[in-house]
Design a protein around this ligand. Structure first.
Ligand code: THU
Length: 136
């Protein structure tokens, strides 16, 4: 967890997501993902993917970041930056969140929550998961 006095800017958040990739435990896929999530109050939580010998037990970087923040009592969020590439390589192609992560994130995010894949690739929650499932 990092405190962010100046809220976030996309470039800064992407750099933090890139750093979080270094901790990815991805011995099965070799694909390292990092995420940097900003709470409503401006705190930044990082996450990385954590794989498992029982493959479906692995978890994506985005849900790790959300889990860390939610377990600290945060339930409202502004944005997430995601960075993914083969471990040890520079991330050059945008890494878009998987379907399960989109549904998971949508539980805690408004339509205008930003999903930052690159400085010039910033999506809104409502565009990445339109007509999302909800029964509340
Ligand atoms: N992965 C993520 O961490 N986030 C995503 O949105 C897509 C996929 C991880 C899961 C797995 O550890 C690796 O990337 C390859 O699928």
């Amino acid at each position: 967890m990092l405190n962010s006095d100046s809220m976030y800017n996309p470039e800064h958040l992407l750099r933090i997501a890139e750093q979080a990739r270094n901790n990815a435990y991805c011995r099965y896929s070799g694909f390292a993902v990092g995420a940097a999530l900003v709470t409503e109050s401006g705190i930044i939580y990082t996450g990385c993917n954590i794989e498992n010998a029982s493959y479906p037990a692995g978890i994506c970087a985005e849900r790790v970041a959300f889990g860390k923040a939610i377990s600290d009592g945060h339930t409202k969020f502004r944005a997430i930056a995601i960075s993914g590439a083969q471990k040890g390589k520079q991330a050059e192609v945008p890494c878009s969140p998987c379907g399960m992560c989109r549904q998971f994130m949508s539980e805690f995010c408004q339509d205008d929550f930003q999903i930052i894949l690159a400085e010039d690739k910033i999506y809104l929650m409502k565009d990445l998961l339109p007509v999302r499932f909800d029964f509340r």
